[in-house]
Design a protein around this ligand. Structure first.
Ligand SMILES: [Zn+2]
Length: 539
């Protein structure tokens, strides 16, 4: 195979410091069905890895020199999956082997989503570098985080000076290597911002060729308006938009996916860069405090406590919460299940309806709203909210420019009753939606887990199985791959990933995590821009 030999020689000549190394592979994966991430049909090939890179792909010579050979007959060999929507901050220290992601085939996570990141990304990247995770990490910078730095939890528009300060922080984050800006417009303080504020900050991100990833202002009754807002920000600021965890929340809004996807498609046809991501489940997961009206929560916990100590405010708050429940056509907070409540772990896995009864209160929505307030005043809880339809999930999944994003943290084994998406998102797409329901093809699913995320988030040497690319690889059994994690028994790893390589290092061997921690920080395209680059102030 002279063509491949030539490729190998050229590659080694091109890599400084490796010119003297022979093309001997540290690892050779033989006879696999290569699904290369482009979406093209699988083909039978061998894959050679050396020095953390893929060095050859094709029918390689029988005597191709290699230290280790894996026979992948009947197995799929694909680029490692890139999970575009995660929240690993805090739990990365507790479980640096990131088993939930690794067993799900994920070799790169993008964190800092929903407006929440580490405030100083330069420092965070150094920290990750010293920690050594099993997965690669890229990060967005969170709008909510920066707004909190500058304005606290104030419920108002920023002054021009504050906006300038935020622009400076965004620029600094992009120079540190952020891949873009994230917003969380249902959270405090993101919810207090107006679109013009976001456009100003997004314009800075665009200058560094980053992306704007948004947890929109609404995913239910006003979802179309929220999509229009996201598109407006992207257009105004001149940068690509990623709409996070695309969904239709609340029964009255089910069945509108043709309209919401239509808005996305319409924008693309008009020349706007916009993509979406999704986790393949009919429940969402976020904090309990999102059930409480935003205005009551302004300025932090002490202010919330002070406001709720006034009986009239408390009654009005409970009434507003019950009204929202009725709008969802529900009589009880049964759809809201506690994932994690540190002050009383016996609540984990129970619905608000059940907890309210456990506390000996009347079986009434109003009493349940009061229970929510009491819990939040004690400590915010992590929740699972059952509020989507399977038909919508499937229709959204068919959309070709939709990626998989688990919206999960690094799971700490047996801690709480978290949403299963943190364990099984990718394996669930491959097992349930590709193999069982045949909703999308295998190559198409892999493309959305690999090259589409790499292109969207600016990771040029990831997401494709080609010589010269980083050796992030998964070798899985397409007949076996499946998620095992459920809502009641979430702490179960996905099955079917036979081998997982991160930067060429064997992280799963014969289905078992080896403990290897060879993940790297992946920097965004703005990192090379010098500190002195002028940041244009928008109007
Ligand atoms: Zn979110």
């Amino acid at each position: 195979m002279p063509r491949f030999l030539l490729l190998v020689v050229l590659l080694f000549a091109a890599l400084p410091g490796l010119a003297q190394v022979t093309p001997r592979a540290s690892l050779l994966i033989r006879n696999g069905r290569v699904v290369d991430g482009t979406g093209n049909a699988w083909f039978l090939a061998d894959v050679a890895v050396q020095g953390g890179r893929i060095v050859a792909v094709g029918r390689l010579a029988a005597d191709y020199p290699a230290d280790t050979v894996i026979d992948a007959r009947g197995l799929v060999v694909a680029p490692g999956f890139i999970d575009v929507h995660t929240h690993i901050e805090d739990d990365e220290v507790k479980q640096p082997t990131a088993d939930n992601f690794i067993y799900d085939g994920v070799t790169t996570v993008i964190t800092g989503n929903c407006g929440s990141s580490r405030p100083d990304l330069g420092r965070y990247f150094s920290f990750l570098d010293s920690l050594h995770l099993s997965v690669n990490v890229a990060s967005l910078v969170g709008h909510g985080t920066l707004r909190k730095e500058v304005m606290g939890r104030a419920n108002r528009a920023p002054t021009e000076a504050e906006l300038g300060q935020m622009e400076g922080l965004v620029a600094r984050a992009m120079q540190a290597g952020a891949v873009g800006l994230s917003s969380g417009l249902i959270y405090i303080p993101g919810t207090y911002s107006r679109p013009a504020e976001m456009a100003r900050l997004a314009r800075v991100v665009g200058r560094y060729r980053g992306i704007y990833a948004t947890h929109m202002r609404n995913e239910g009754d006003s979802v179309q308006q929220a999509i229009r807002e996201a598109l407006w920000v992207g257009k105004e600021a001149g940068l690509p938009v990623e709409i996070s965890h695309f969904k239709l929340s609340g029964q009255p809004n089910w069945g509108q996916a043709d309209k919401t996807l239509g808005l996305v498609q319409e924008a693309r046809l008009a020349g706007q860069e916009v993509t979406i991501d999704q986790y393949p489940y009919t429940a969402s997961s976020t904090s309990l405090s999102t059930l409480i009206p935003d205005a009551v929560q302004a300025d932090g916990r002490d202010s919330l406590r002070a406001r709720l100590s006034r009986p009239a405010v408390r009654a009005a708050t409970e009434a507003a919460m019950v009204k929202r429940l009725k709008q969802r056509r529900l009589r009880h907070f049964s759809y809201a299940v506690v994932a994690s409540f540190p002050p009383d772990t016996s609540y984990n896995g129970l619905s608000i309806e059940a907890i309210n009864q456990k506390r000996g209160r009347p079986h009434k929505a109003k009493a349940e709203a009061a229970t929510v307030l009491d819990l939040v005043l004690q400590h915010d809880a992590g929740m699972v909210f059952h509020g989507m339809s399977e038909a919508d999930v499937q229709q959204i999944m068919r959309y070709p420019f939709n990626m998989v994003g688990s919206d999960a943290s690094i799971r700490v084994w047996r801690q709480g009753v978290p949403h299963p998406r943190g364990y099984g998102s990718n394996a669930r797409v491959l097992g349930r939606y590709v193999r069982e329901l045949q909703l999308i093809g295998l190559e198409e699913a892999v493309r959305r887990m690999t090259s589409l995320p790499a292109q969207t988030f600016g990771l040029p040497d990831r997401g494709l199985l080609r010589p010269g690319m980083a050796a992030d690889l998964v070798v899985f059994d397409p007949a076996v791959v499946a998620d095992k994690s459920t809502f009641t028994q979430p702490h179960q790893y996905s099955v079917g990933m036979r081998y997982v390589l991160v930067n060429g290092k064997m992280t799963v061997r014969n289905g078992q995590h080896t403990g290897r921690r060879s993940g790297q920080v992946l920097f965004g395209p703005g990192r090379q821009v010098p500190e002195s680059a002028p940041v244009r102030k928008g109007g």
